[in-house]
Ligand binder design. Structure first.
Ligand SMILES: CCC(=O)SCCNC(=O)CCNC(=O)[C@H](O)C(C)(C)COP(=O)(O)OP(=O)(O)OC[C@H]1O[C@@H](n2cnc3c(N)ncnc32)[C@H](O)[C@@H]1OP(=O)(O)O
Length: 234
């Protein structure tokens, strides 16, 4: 059993149905094309923060098969700068080819999971085309995260807002601390979830509940978590 703070990730150590996990590979979206290269160049113009991937090594040098992704931009509550979007893609690409992978934990540094897109970067994307390309880029990253042939857990400590809420839906499991909160705040900005989170949430909860949650920007804390989105662990 792996302990991470007060969370116990027993299920990461369960025997994994390798076949059904590997089948996910078959539906991977295509790799970066020329448009994506141009999008990445533009995103790298919005620096700040980092996304760090650690592949867990055991003391004898053996690979345990567990990986940790840390979203790290605490000054902006782990909001995603453009550079972080590219780093997240690189992390997913590394995990796609990690032969010994079994489990992944996604978490944010400090007291926030992730506050979504960096609003400064969003405002600076001046054309509809640029904003669409950023959304498609993140949709592709999240779809690939979800389809990794390993079990993934979003460790929701603090708030997961906007794109941060969407990120939690791209993991197999969501585990919340008592301070955890998931909220699709997009409607307050006149947006729909642009990173693919509505599709992923609908897969987890069904279309009616998803519509209610997204249209209402409902705050999902651990107490109201009985809807089946995840588990709370004190
Ligand atoms: C895909 C579409 C999207 O994701 S759109 C983005 C949706 N996200 C949001 O609207 C979240 C906006 N942020 C908040 O509601 C609050 O900052 C939250 C996360 C609740 C944290 O509150 P609190 O702990 O009181 O901190 P604070 O508000 O003083 O913020 C600290 C500094 O961080 C910044 N920050 C926060 N979120 C973002 C963000 N998404 N993009 C850019 N900057 C962000 C704040 O502006 C603040 O900065 P500063 O210290 O005033 O310079």
């Amino acid at each position: 059993m792996l302990s991470f703070g007060s969370f116990s990730l027993w299920f990461v150590r369960r025997p994994v149905d390798r076949f059904s996990l590997c089948v996910r590979r078959l539906s991977l979206p295509t790799k970066s094309d020329a448009n994506e290269a141009a999008t990445e160049e533009q995103l790298l113009g919005f620096p700040g923060g980092s996304v760090e991937l650690k592949l867990h090594e055991e003391s004898d040098g053996e690979n345990s098969g567990l990986a940790l992704i840390t979203m790290n931009n605490p000054r902006r509550r782990n909001a995603f700068s453009g550079a972080m979007m590219v780093e997240m893609r690189r992390a997913v690409e590394k995990l796609e080819v990690w032969k010994h992978g079994k489990g992944l934990i996604l978490h944010g540094s400090g007291n926030t999971f992730c506050s979504g897109s960096d609003l400064n970067a969003v405002r600076a994307l001046s054309t509809t085309k640029d904003a669409t390309m950023m959304s498609l880029y993140m949709q592709n990253t999240l779809a690939r995260l979800l389809r990794l042939p390993i079990l993934s857990v979003a460790l929701v400590h603090g708030k997961a807002l906007g794109g941060g809420a969407e990120l939690t839906t791209a993991c197999d499991f969501r585990l919340m601390s008592p301070s955890g909160e998931i909220c699709f705040v997009h409607k307050h900005m006149g947006l729909v979830p642009g990173w693919g989170g509505a599709t992923h949430l609908s897969r987890i909860l069904g279309p009616c509940t998803t519509l209610r949650i997204i249209a209402g920007a409902t705050r999902l804390g651990p107490i109201g978590f009985g809807i089946g989105l995840g588990r709370c662990n004190s």
